[in-house]
Write a protein that binds this ligand. Structure first.
Ligand code: IVH
Length: 677
């Protein structure tokens, strides 16, 4: 009984935390507490399998990889929208509505048009039982397992909704990937040497079609919902439905707005277009819908689009311009990336004069030549890309084959002969000391996802290198020696130098996995670094692991394993690691835990614990980690200084001694209360 109650309570707490974090973006507990709850729930469900249910937050990722997606029929067709591109077309739309409804009063609901993948979600008895893609509108693929991994998607509706008797219903919405997450995924792809995704929508679509939901779970998919239908209730307004969805804890955009007439719709479109670039996700316009569901019904649909709704599409963020030249950039790993130097144009608010061409294969495939006019597009990427050549505009001189761009033979920065490994599309500069690579490695090291050292932009790093204050990223920790010289540098002052030096010092607190990412092993992105840090809890263990041991880890393939092995074979890398160790960086999980700033739990901070007997819920190691994380210490013997003895079953002499010394003895439940503050 107790266990059942606790399981329920934990599930609600976790669902609540997921809702606050993933839907409201207002988390109210930290990761550590969340992990503890999850762990406890997993352990309880393991121990009491009779209470295990499919809707538990522990069951988001489960089951075997899908072989083939089953095709399912939609309850009602998933329609598409007719488009409009200017306000005159919106006025026409409004006239049609007004005449079809015979001038009766009507209101509109305006929404964002998310650039993602439409999905249908079926709930029975309050539980998510099936999810499908739009497919051809009448039938789609059953992608339930993949959708279950999306944390903003409720696996069951909040228990207090059962009184409303809305238990069977359908929700529709759009699965998207935030711009920033998309950039990270592509960065990971690049690091792994894999193909880049074109944009966030393709990435979301590709991810939903993956056969293995474990991989899907690792991708940051999110969801917005915009449709609700049930036979359990009589519904009359679309806007009310959206509010209802919100109450049921479905993610509904805060930009949904009910408006009186088409002029207000236009105002809304203008407002949204202005903030479009600031939104964390991609939208390609606004969707305008008639609010009354009865009126929607009256209006009906023609072929595949409803008469009661229209999309207002924003102007495409693309322009045509001329390629003046193609140059090459050298990355931190020596990768050569061709870049198109363009005749400058304005595109969604900024002046564009360069666009990436990704690699030489791409240049060949798109047949890009200097002098060509090309269409450039600014998607989720920082740097715009060349979409296609406008062949009709190709000037005569550029038809000349000598204008076909071929990869250079030598590194444009250090003149070393380039290499092109057989199975790769990329060309590399093999010179580890190539100035472009040295600078690139330092830029990567200080990057926000790595050591997060602030104030070190490209040009400052260049200055420090040129002046000889640093030769590699490990030297940053010695930079304080040059404090006086730095303050004297042009454009710097005492304040900015102090800020940089403080930020460098603070970075020593970064956990082991960030350091592992920061040192820049080829193919080791931030997620792989995290996985590695969980398997090998120190850099020493990783360095001495065999290629097989590494590639046996789930998600780590032979390419990554090989790259790690080669990294640790190089004396120059080991030298840098020794320097980082001397500087006091976290090169193991243990040192990270010891150094991590303990949250203020005064019952634990500075207190000495002794563990004795057989613990049921935690391993000794886990309990120790938790105590240390909160600033406590674990000692192996009981003395007067001991504050708590955590006693499991069959405790022996330590327990006796503690009793004699009147030391506080606690069981696992009391321990949990203590750590949860
Ligand atoms: S309503 C008939 N609302 O746009 C109603 N769709 O071209 C159609 N979309 O397949 C769905 N944001 O993928 C609706 N706020 C929104 C939307 C939206 C994006 C997509 C959806 C749909 C396509 C229609």
């Amino acid at each position: 009984m107790e266990a059942e109650k606790r399981i329920k309570e934990l599930r609600e707490k976790i669902n609540d935390a997921d809702y606050k974090y993933y839907v409201l973006a207002e988390p109210d507990i930290d990761d550590y507490k969340y992990d503890l709850m999850m762990k406890e729930l997993e352990e309880l469900e393991e121990k009491y399998p009779q209470y295990k249910t499919f809707e538990s937050p522990t069951q988001r990722v489960s089951g075997e990889p899908t072989k083939k997606f089953e095709v399912v029929e939609h309850k009602t067709p998933m329609l598409s929208l007719s488009n409009s591109y200017n306000f005159d077309e919106l006025t026409d739309f409004d006239r049609r509505i007004s005449s079809l409804l015979e001038q009766k009063e009507y209101e509109y609901v305006c929404e964002l048009k998310f650039d993602g993948v439409a999905v249908s979600l079926i709930y029975e008895n309050g539980k998510f039982i099936r999810g499908a893609t739009r497919g051809d509108g009448t039938k789609g693929d059953n992608i339930t397992q993949n959708l279950r991994t999306i944390k903003s998607l409720p696996l069951s509706v909040k228990p207090d909704f059962s009184s409303e008797k809305v238990q069977n219903f359908e929700v529709r919405g759009e699965v998207i990937i935030n711009k920033e997450d998309f950039l990270k995924i592509n960065e990971e792809q690049e690091i792994k040497g894999e193909k880049l995704f074109a944009n966030a929508r393709n990435t979301a679509a590709g991810t939903l079609k993956l056969k293995d939901s474990k991989i899907v779970a690792a991708r940051p998919l999110t969801l917005f919902t915009y449709y609700f239908s049930t036979e359990d209730l009589k519904l009359d307004s679309h806007y009310k439905n959206l509010q209802y969805l919100k109450e049921m804890r479905f993610p509904v955009s805060k930009y949904c707005k009910k408006v009186k007439d088409i002029e207000e719709v236009k105002k809304y479109c203008n407002e949204i277009e202005l903030i479009r670039d600031e939104l964390p996700y991609e939208i390609d316009g606004v969707v305008v819908k008639i609010d009354s569901l009865r009126q929607q019904d009256l209006l009906g649909s023609v072929s595949k689009s409803p008469r009661w709704a229209i999309a207002y599409k924003f102007k495409a963020k693309e322009k045509i311009t001329k390629i003046l030249n193609v140059t090459c950039q050298v990355g931190r790993l020596g990768t050569i990336t061709p870049v198109a130097e363009l005749e400058p144009v304005f595109l969604s608010g900024s002046k564009i004069s360069r666009a990436t061409l990704h690699n030489f294969d791409e240049i060949r495939r798109k047949d890009i030549r200097t002098g060509d006019y090309v269409k450039i597009e600014k998607g989720g990427e920082v740097i715009p890309k060349v979409v296609e050549v406008i062949k009709e505009k190709r000037p005569d001189f550029s038809k000349d084959n000598s204008r076909i761009y071929t990869p250079p033979e030598k590194c444009p920065v250090c003149n070393t002969k380039l290499e092109n490994p057989d199975d790769e599309v990329n060309y590399y500069c093999p010179n580890y000391f190539c100035p472009a690579q040295v600078k690139g490695r330092i830029e990567h090291f200080v990057f926000r996802d790595a050591m997060e050292i602030e104030g070190l932009g490209e040009s400052i790093i260049e200055t420090f290198l040129n002046k000889g204050y640093i030769k590699d990223f490990a030297d940053l920790y010695e930079l304080k020696k040059y404090r006086n010289e730095l303050i004297e540098l042009e454009r710097f002052g005492e304040k900015s130098i102090n800020n940089i030096l403080t930020s460098i010092e603070n970075s020593k607190q970064k956990p082991f996995d960030k350091v592992l990412y920061a040192i820049g092993i080829r193919h080791v992105g931030s997620r792989i670094a995290k996985i590695l840090s969980q398997h090998f809890d120190s850099i020493g263990k990783l360095a001495s692991a065999t290629e097989d041991e590494i590639s046996n880890i789930y998600e780590i393939g032979p390419k990554i394993a090989h790259s790690i092995i080669s990294f640790f074979k190089e004396e120059k890398n080991l030298k840098i690691i020794r320097k980082l160790k001397l500087a006091g960086l976290n090169l193991s999980v243990v040192s990270t835990l010891q150094k991590e700033k303990a949250p203020d739990n005064l019952k634990i901070k500075g207190k000495i614990f002794v563990l004795t007997g057989a613990l049921e819920k935690y391993t000794r190691q886990k309990a120790t980690e938790m105590i240390e994380k909160l600033g406590g210490r674990v000692s192996s013997s009981v003395s007067k200084k001991t504050n708590y003895v955590l006693a499991g079953s069959d405790s022996g002499s330590k327990l006796e001694k503690a009793k004699k010394l009147s030391i506080r003895i606690i069981n696992e439940e009391e321990f949990e209360k203590l750590i949860s503050g």
